[in-house]
Design a protein around this ligand. Sequence first.
Ligand code: SAH
Length: 472
Amino acid sequence: MKLFPLFADLNQRLVLVVGGGAVAARKAQALLEAGARVKVGAPELNPELAALAQAGRVTHIPGRFDEAWLDDTWLVVAATDDETVNARVAVAAGARRILANVVDDPKLSSFQVPSIVDRSPLIVAVSSSGVAPVLARRMRERIESLFDHALGPLAELAARYRARIRERRPDLGARRRFYDTLLDGPVAALLRQARPAEAEQALEAALEQPQEAPVGSVVLVGAGPGDPGLLTLKALRALNEADVILYDRLISAEIMSLARRDAERIDVGKRPGEDHPATQARIHGLMVEHARRGRRVVRLKGGDAFIFGRGGEELQYLRAHGVPYEVVPGVTAALACAAHAGIPLTHREHAQSLHLITAHCRDDNAQAMDWQALAGGNQTLAFYMGVGQLESLSRRLREHGRSADTPFALVENGSRPEQRVLTGRLEDLAPLARAHEIRSPALLIVGSVAALANELHWFGQHIDGMAAVPAA
Ligand code: SAH
């Protein structure tokens, strides 16, 4: 059996729903959204349908199914839990050449309702011809992640300007190129940034231009801590649309494998001992160079780009050079490590605030830090980049009054399969880390919440440092 896909215009057309339960209510809602006039035939209505009837949005025909209910209808949906009633509806509709859908019964149905991805006026429909609805839903989820929510407004804008576009670009080839630049250029970008008025202005301006010059852009994307499941849908989409990806050292291979196959990939990771300012300058240069060639550049960073990621400097450089950009946030290491170690970063009984701190402190930075404030109780400290600094961190906190007993958790390779969490007392931090050979990337959490990992851990390997404290 092969179905013919179609999109029906039901606006102001009468549709019958047979059944008064939750399924019937869901169908009635969907039909109402399409502008249909809906009558619902059933002995009784559930509260949701009763409310719709009360509000005059649907008409209730009380009683058991009667063929006369089909008078003047274009379509019928049978959604009762009584198979014989459903079958009677299907037969009666067939006799009158009215298309009928019997919920969850492809054999009795003369049409199927697909799973949809709705970016109205753009709609993607998926059907398994009624035989594998779970599979269709899965596919729908996949597709959902690929299409930007800005596509709906974009299609609507393009529809409004259709006549003008045709007039300004009479040649078919030129018109196609124009639609391409709408999708890839500043108009779509402005819609994604929720700036519809400016998007319309950009469209107007583009229409007045004689030719489509390619406009590149940069998306600054936070890739999270390594587990590809922690990418956002927006990050995934950006990776799928990228022409060029500039990626950091901490980006996992699994994440890179999700990117568009033919995207150019450039490793711009900083390596220990390298000239960092030079590397950073090279990154700036590459972003601008590729964007100016009209390419979509993804600048992919571990965690979140604005947390110890130099994202701010990169945006300032792009702004100064007139390159359009967007930012997609990512799950930062502190959040990911805490979640995967079972450590609530705030807790009513333990901590009312959270500090994100870089321990990568040259001595002048370390001097500048307010150790007094950091040593206070009732707060959680999350130190990034700290493996080499554990000795001095632990000492300074204790010197400024934090108790030697303060719990810590050191999370190595957070959220990745090889994750290890080491817990213990602040005083034992450095020797324990040495004994267990903790390596970068590792995140240090200090504060009484850290002890909760002993009780709440659920992922990877947990090492309780209190069990065997090595000699300092
Ligand atoms: N922008 C990133 C942080 C970059 S700094 C973010 O938002 O997460 C790099 C430091 O982050 C590392 O030295 C380490 O302290 C921490 N880090 C990043 N990923 C980590 C991971 N998977 N597990 C533990 N720490 C991590």
